[in-house]
Design a protein around this ligand. Sequence first.
Ligand code: ASP
Ligand code: MG
Length: 424
Amino acid sequence: MNAIQVHKFGGASVKDADGVRNLLKVLQGFQSENLCVVLSAMGKTTNALERLCKSFFNKSFDTESILLEVKEYHNDLIKELFPSGNDELISAIENIYAELHWAIEEDQIKSYDYEYDQIVSQGEQLSTRIVASYLNSNGFEIDFIDARDLLRTDNTYREAKVEWLETNSLIHSNLKFSNSSIKRYLTQGFIGGTSENFTTTLGREGSDYTASIIAYCLNAKEVIIWKDVPGVLNADPKEWGKATLIDELSYFDAIELTYYGATVIHPKTIKPLQNKLIPLRVKSFLNPNSSGTLIRENKDQKRVTSYIFKKQQYLLSISTRDFSFIVEENLEEIFKAFNKSRVKINLMQQAALTFSVCLSAEEARWTSLLQELQTNYKVKYNDDCELITVRHYSENLPEEFAKRGAILLEQRSRHTLQYVIKSN
Ligand code: ASP
Ligand code: MG
């Protein structure tokens, strides 16, 4: 079979009609390739749908107006892209709006995470319907396919785990590439389906991971992630004006960067690609001819110093009530509490009487964690901290970052330097 490329476009690439037109132009540069294109929700739609879900859950007054905002945004985009109308598309879009209406009119609420997935996943349904119609009506033939027919997951809503065997067979039976002709598919990122046909999501920014899962199953020759930045930079340019492009990264370094919080690619993206040695390019959709960053197996990788900033961190300090040491039994209990509340640990440090953890968590999970821990432990915390990680460091934290606040905790390994700072 001819080689297949997987392309992923994020929300920023299709935030307006010009973005969608640009996406067509970018893809036209790959006319002779078999493609699977993975698309996120348009612009800030996922954030809006998250607000919609919260508002519905809290029975707030603004549920209808948030939904209206989402509808108007997409309707305006459709009007601009299809000035003479497109009945088929409009009816597909109306169906999605209807599903959103039903979701927020439902009084039998299951769990927050379940409702979240049913509501928030509609952002990708909208974007893929619109973009598939636009591409096809502009002579770029591409088949729309629902990601729920490709990705089978368990029912851990909002953080679904991929069931690889089923996913692999779904992908092979539903994506039909051949030797004789070029074939292209467009599907949603971020979304999967359970064996009972409920929609799940893979976690925020999960579309990168979708691209990687599909590439793994198809043995793709390459994955390209199109971004609004030139590639992987050695820091977030919004945080540091001197950030520069990294031309090439090993899978190992890419995993480490995302693990410590570099948001340029979803942390789960690299593993499947590494396992099959599929190269990943991160490129700018604004400048498609530039080479971006290439991530691949490379043992003689040059080490570039990178800075990763993770904001809105809590620094928790957990100690026993009776002045006894923190021992393994305590650690077991503490980790259980984290696991139960589904809170991830970003950094930890143990001392005689306290166990310190730096973490980020949304409110509900944070509250649940505190409750769990406070049953048996004394818990103190600082909020609004920043975790700064320096990979391949050559000096202490540069002055310009140290000035951001007081250093509360420091940790150093051979390649990595980390600081928790209480923001000024
Ligand atoms: N639309 C989802 C989000 O914004 C998934 C993604 O963009 O990758 O989190
Ligand atoms: Mg997004």
